[in-house]
Design a binder for this molecule. Structure first.
Ligand SMILES: [Zn+2]
Length: 415
């Protein structure tokens, strides 16, 4: 099973927007970009909204049937580990092996020594084609890299072996993710991580490193764009070299997590993948949920009331809702509107405050991030919430489609 060159992770908290999401993908396909949809949902999300992995498969299959989509599509068991993978085995065909928590765990001395010995040919000046400065590789550096990543890659190999036994070799896509950590992995780290994965027989088709800068949920990238550009380009070159050097799958590409809304780095990514004719996978999960709230606000009446209720509740429960996302949100509480203020808002005012249009006078990234983590409130509303989604499917669906196509795909692929 092979992932296409370009793919977009489209998470959907409440599983109602599959058709609207697929419409956006098909629009890009018609515009000449063969991008495959990957419906992704993590165990964490399933827990919060009380959904089951099988629901995602049903949603994807139903959307594909409804629109007569004939391209490749996938269902991603996002951020799974050995403890959480089991319920996904039957219905997912893309597995994101999250080994971030194994970074820095100790490995047996023999394993470290064997790895360092296997890298002896790289000691000295390592030249990666396309990167103009050679990398100084020393035995100390190799020991340090092994100390950081050997246990994590070993864990990836254990999850992969489990899946291979359950699903059969070649019947699923493997992604390895290390993105949910504090410190970024450098291009040199990535080179040796890929060697470890190859040594352990993990046929990764995508790899999600932690890039430099902050990838806060639902808002733009914060960080040094020039530094990101340099590292992203070097990562692409490292992967190209590693594929040939270590015999990894030829289609291996970068996966950008929390990739929605990172508008200021989209031109960088677009230029680099075009320059080297490389693929990319971008995950955009929560951005669709935000469009549901925008759509409900625009629908007015009870739906606007529900959108206001979600904000008011989230504001009152800010600490509780933000806690699981502490590392990936930055809310300036002083810039959050009061519930009284929001109560007086029109549909347009609410939608414009939440919608991600950089530079729009009403856009408020603090409001947006709080709603982002507020999906638990909607989940608690149960059918009150999902009935509103059904009643206003047209307006909500067009918000979802416009967001994915106009704000994401167009920027990512220069459409
Ligand atoms: Zn991730």
């Amino acid at each position: 099973m092979q992932l296409g060159k370009y793919s977009l992770g489209i998470g959907d908290r409440f599983s109602h927007q599959g058709v609207a999401q697929l419409r956006a993908i098909m629009k890009a396909n018609r515009a000449g970009v063969d991008v495959s949809p990957v419906w992704n949902k993590s165990n964490r999300e399933h827990t919060y909204v009380h959904s089951h992995p099988a629901d995602v498969r049903q949603e994807a299959d139903a959307a594909v049937a409804k629109l007569g989509f004939t391209g490749k599509y996938f269902v991603d068991a996002d951020h799974i580990n050995l403890g959480t993978v089991a319920p996904f085995v039957g219905t997912a065909d893309f597995f994101t092996l999250d080994v971030a928590s194994f970074i820095g765990k100790e490995s047996p001395v023999e394993a470290v020594n064997a790895f360092v010995a296997s890298c002896s040919k790289y000691i000295g000046k390592l030249t990666i084609p396309g990167i103009d400065h050679p990398i100084e590789v020393t035995e100390e550096l190799l020991v340090k890299i092994a100390g950081k990543f050997l246990a994590a890659t070993q864990q990836a190999s254990e999850i992969y072996s489990f899946l291979k036994e359950k699903k059969g070799e070649g019947n699923f896509i493997t992604e390895v993710s290390m993105d949910e950590v504090e410190s970024p992995q450098t291009p040199v780290d990535l080179f040796f991580i890929l060697k470890m994965l190859a040594d352990k027989g993990v046929p990764a088709q995508t790899i999600a490193p932690k890039f430099t800068g902050r990838f806060n949920k639902g808002v733009d990238y914060t960080g040094d764009v020039a530094q990101f550009a340099k590292e992203f380009e070097e990562d692409v070159l490292v992967i190209d070299f590693a594929v040939k050097e270590f015999g990894l799958p030829a289609e291996l590409k970068l996966s950008v997590h929390s990739g929605s809304d990172k508008f200021s780095i989209y031109p960088v990514m677009a230029a680099v993948i075009k320059k080297y004719n490389k693929g990319i996978h971008v995950k955009t999960a929560g951005t669709t949920w935000l469009e549901e709230v925008i759509g409900l606000a625009l629908a007015g009446g009870k739906a606007l009331d529900a959108a206001k209720f979600i904000y008011t509740e989230a504001l009152g429960r800010k600490d509780e809702l933000c806690a699981p996302y502490a590392d990936v949100i930055d809310i300036d509480a002083g810039k959050l509107p009061s519930k009284e203020e929001v109560a007086s808002w029109t549909s347009e005012k609410y939608a414009n405050t939440l919608r991600h249009i950089p530079g729009h006078p009403d856009y408020n990234p603090n409001f947006r991030q709080l709603i982002h983590v507020g999906y638990k409130v909607a989940s608690e509303m149960g059918t009150t919430y999902t009935d509103l989604l059904k009643a206003h499917a047209d307006v909500v669906g067009s918000c979802v489609e416009e967001n994915i196509y106009d704000r994401h795909l167009k920027r990512l692929f220069n459409l």
